[in-house]
Ligand binder design. Sequence first.
Ligand code: PMP
Length: 398
Amino acid sequence: SALFSAIEMAPRDPILGITEAFNADQKPAKVNLGVGVYYDDNGKVPLLECVKKAEALLIEKYAPRTYLPIEGLAAYDRAVQDLVFGADSAVVTEKRAITAQAIGGTGALKLGADFLQRFSPQSQVYISDPSWENHRALFESAGFTVNTYPYYDANTRGVNFEAMLAALQAMPQASIVLLHACCHNPTGADLSNDQWTQIIEVVTTRGLIPFLDMAYQGFGDGIEADGQVVRRFAAAGGPLFVSNSFSKSFSLYGERVGALSIVAASAEEAGRIMSQLKRVIRTNYSNPPSHGGQVVATVLSTPELRQLWEDELAGMRVRIREMRAAFVSKLKEQAPAHQFDFVMQQRGMFSYSGLSKEQVGKLRETNSIYAVDTGRICVAALNSKNIDKVITAIASVL
Ligand code: PMP
């Protein structure tokens, strides 16, 4: 029909395209560093013990699968709020924060974008250069113009903080600024506490709308330390939007567990916001799925399981740190003329390795090692069995 014949092929997702090429590669010793998933030292996606135990409890309970409330499971929303803001924080005790279960971190971003489009359609959105590539698409599809603010500096392999701050100072009032709360994707370069102080100051004085995306809490310096940025923004007062995801921290990718939280000036304002957010949810998918939310709520609110989760998350964090250290020290041996110490300063699952598109191409063609063309590698996909192969290959393309 005319309807379908006019439809063009959409561009391929660049990162999923890497995995397709990787899967098609017949060589036995191939390595996929292009993914955004945590693998254990055996190259497997872990099923956490705390998740297994929570699922066993849920089966015993024989919980019927009724519809959840529009905003999700109450116990989940409460647990998320306590985790993200702190149970005794002013925003929680004064009931100024609202939290709705969302379909992963992506779903949380989409809810926030749709909500903002209804109530602040004249705003424009600013994301970091570079950012997780879906940030732009999500806000554009909600109807916003999306701009970037300077972030990564390839020369220092860190953040160009002066330029970032200057960009924020020049943004019109009520601009929506998307910030990575920790473990910046794709660069791994985070701001220092002092730099955050200055960002919070500019955002507050210029009346910008901060939207914090926290997809990797616990992968940087720990659950508490990684959550500090959110708590500091919350303490500075609203408005504040926070999307968070448990895809990585619970290794629950396919269950789609995330949440959107919004901080308001009063409990009364928060009530009105929640009523409108529920409308956004209702017209999108009615209410969220129950299993992942039940699992996370059970783990977070059962002291033994909570401790187990913290230990298992620490295990993932420490293993990534060890891989960073091995990456740096092995490259020092094999390519002494090159400097990779910056990889230890980076946080989270990713590293902007500094490899060029051409070098990434050579790694793929010659060694069946797959990375993103920008040089982003997933450090969490390295392990004690593949790291020597990866290092030797990298040294050969430098
Ligand atoms: N934000 C960032 C920065 C991410 O890296 C990701 C996942 N790769 C998300 C949000 C989305 O998380 P989820 O998979 O839970 O939708």
